[in-house]
Design a protein around this ligand. Structure first.
Ligand SMILES: Nc1nc2c(ncn2[C@@H]2O[C@H](COP(=O)(O)OP(=O)(O)O)[C@@H](O)[C@H]2O)c(=O)[nH]1
Ligand SMILES: Nc1ncnc2c1ncn2[C@@H]1O[C@H](COP(=O)(O)OP(=O)(O)O)[C@@H](O)[C@H]1O
Length: 213
């Protein structure tokens, strides 16, 4: 048996409207391809739970479905990426505006873009009552700890978040399209889209890797 070993770092961004399945697909990508997952939403929620200064300052804005200031987000995410050094990563939830995309571009070159929730806060595992329900309702499969619903998953806030995506994030798709690094996958179910993403990444990553025995 041979396996793929990445010889060069691979850096990608996954984008899609709120609730479209980015976190779910990201989970499959990191499991299959071993990239490090950086989720801006998870980082912010960890800050809120740990009651850091940033978390306390930003919670109201997040709960209203508004985007946080570009400079705050860029500093937060770029700092995190810096600590990763020469690791391959998948960014989820950042960049969300043209200014954020430019800040990322100034620091790194991105190789590619892929275009009723319950969460286990400690691990970030995400469930859906219809699509991938927990084995025991309300409890995490691995730890048995209670699942929680995000404070910003209310109907009103979700509408605001969808508007923010349309107005502020969709232009970022055009930005990447014009740079020739946009790859789009669409479909109504994650299971339907996933094989296309998987074979695309296999092709793409084989260019970056060598086979070892
Ligand atoms: N019905 C259905 N739900 C899905 C599908 N893919 C993901 N989900 C669920 O939809 C919710 C939002 O997915 P998530 O990955 O958190 O989306 P994100 O906001 O784009 O990161 C979660 O509860 C997922 O379990 C799918 O194909 N069908
Ligand atoms: N890159 C970003 N720029 C500005 N705000 C952000 C960014 N990433 C996350 N946020 C804030 O955190 C909230 C939750 O983000 P996230 O978990 O990525 O939500 P979803 O993927 O469900 O839209 C956003 O609605 C926004 O308030």
């Amino acid at each position: 048996m041979s396996k793929m070993v990445l010889q060069r770092v691979f850096r990608a961004v996954i984008m899609g409207p709120p609730g479209s399945g980015k976190g779910t697909v990201s989970g499959r990508i990191i499991k299959t391809f071993g990239l490090t997952h950086i989720s801006s939403g998870d980082i912010l929620r960890n800050n809120i739970n740990a009651k850091t200064e940033l978390g306390l300052l930003m919670k109201a804005c997040i709960d209203q479905g508004q985007l946080l200031p570009d400079d705050v987000m860029a500093r937060l995410i770029l700092n995190d990426l810096r600590t990763l050094g020469n690791t391959s990563w998948l960014l989820d939830g950042f960049p969300r505006t043209i200014l954020q995309a430019e800040a990322l571009d100034n620091a790194y070159s991105v190789d590619s873009r892929l275009s009723s929730r319950w969460t286990h806060t400690a691990s970030g595992r995400v469930y859906n009552i219809d699509f991938n329900p927990p084995k025991v309702p309300g409890l995490d499969d691995v730890t048995g700890e209670p699942l929680v619903q995000r404070d910003d998953d209310t109907p009103h806030t979700v509408t605001r978040r969808l508007k923010a995506y349309e107005n502020q994030t969709e232009p970022v798709l055009e930005y990447y399209r014009s740079k020739g690094v946009l790859e789009t996958f669409s479909g109504t179910e994650t299971n339907q889209i996933w094989p296309h993403i998987e074979s695309f990444l296999h092709r793409k990553l084989s260019i970056h890797s060598k086979k070892v025995a």
